[in-house]
Design a protein around this ligand. Sequence first.
Ligand SMILES: *Cc1c(COP(=O)(O)O)cnc(C)c1O
Length: 409
Amino acid sequence: MTGRADALRLDAQDPLRDRRERFHLPEGVIYLDGNSLGPLPKETSGRLQRVLDAEWGQGLIRSWNTAGWIDMPLRVGDKIGRLLGAAPGQVVVADSTSVNLFKVLAAALALRPDRTVVVSESGNFPTDLYMAQGLAGLLGGRPALRLVERHSLAEAIGPDVAAVMLTQVDYRTGDMLDMAATTRLVHEAGALAIWDLAHSAGAVPVDLDSAGADFAVGCGYKYLNGGPGAPAFVYVAERHIPAFRNPLSGWMGHAAPFRFETGFTPAPDIRRALCGTPPILAVAALEAGVDELLQVDMVALRAKSLSLVRLFRTLVAERCPAVSLAGPAEAEACGSQVSLRHSQGYAVMQALIARGVIGDFRAPDLMRFGFAPLYVSHADVFDAVGVLADLLDTGTWDRPEFHRRAAVT
Ligand SMILES: *Cc1c(COP(=O)(O)O)cnc(C)c1O
């Protein structure tokens, strides 16, 4: 049996152990939901206060120039690019992941005018599929969505496929696709690869440029710790920028927004992926969150993430026979999360939250636990499994209040 001393020993050797104090984490809470909403970095409030007082309060409209507001989507985009193996000038902060999916799907279809199909996974995050459906409604049925299981892509990608839209780390099970190998498969069929990095960015090493990815999108509020509803990012590979047609051709994507011309001419660079005015307060908070990740090595981050995931899996196998593991058998084939199945997973998760262990629930039966290496310790993992084992052994999760469904699960 694995003991708490084993967890403490792993923490003592953890090169990232000094990162935790850089986040606000309430007393008595073990936070295993950074994959849904990252916690508040301590630097963020000071940063926002300066933007509020000096830049907005004193600088007023001048701050678009003097405080560099107008370039913030590019500056923060390049910082996110460093986490994703993207050379500067290919990532911009804009809108939401859903909206950015719409842009890259439309742009990909325009680059493959003789092809009609977009392949995606039947288990993809629903908004990805919904955005493709919305686009098809607008374009008279193009793209036709072809949905397959994520590990049976090869048969589905034929000469009629314009693009393949995949989420690298499955939001339900944590299953992680090999980006380079999958992109190669997509390119061999003449299609374009669109990657959703919602559960990859800031969680696992990503190498968009060397994988040859065409387009990518992802969230700012998950592992990037940008705050609730933080703006998202979009990556367009440099070779596609000149032909990238943003269907949401707002003035911030224009070559010269302040010439106020009647006709739309796209910016020559990644700015063409922008639409309207950037939300400066939200971008400033996102930058503070991204800066936390830029201070650490992504390889060390992944090593700790795997160590946490392995410890959690081992402890659950030892102490929680009432649940089963969802997703890959090998920890290395996962992102930074573990999901457990239990027929009453919703109630068990509510009981866990009531005891200070915060994860989340995804229908029909998955309890999801995220292990963000910047602030989760091995001792947290040990203590969380202790609470889970106690709830399951005693049956104390089975109370009416834990079965009551809230709007957000
Ligand atoms: C969280 C998540 C989203 C969320 O999209 P929003 O537009 O930010 O609401 C999209 N795709 C995946 C795979 C996600 O996990």
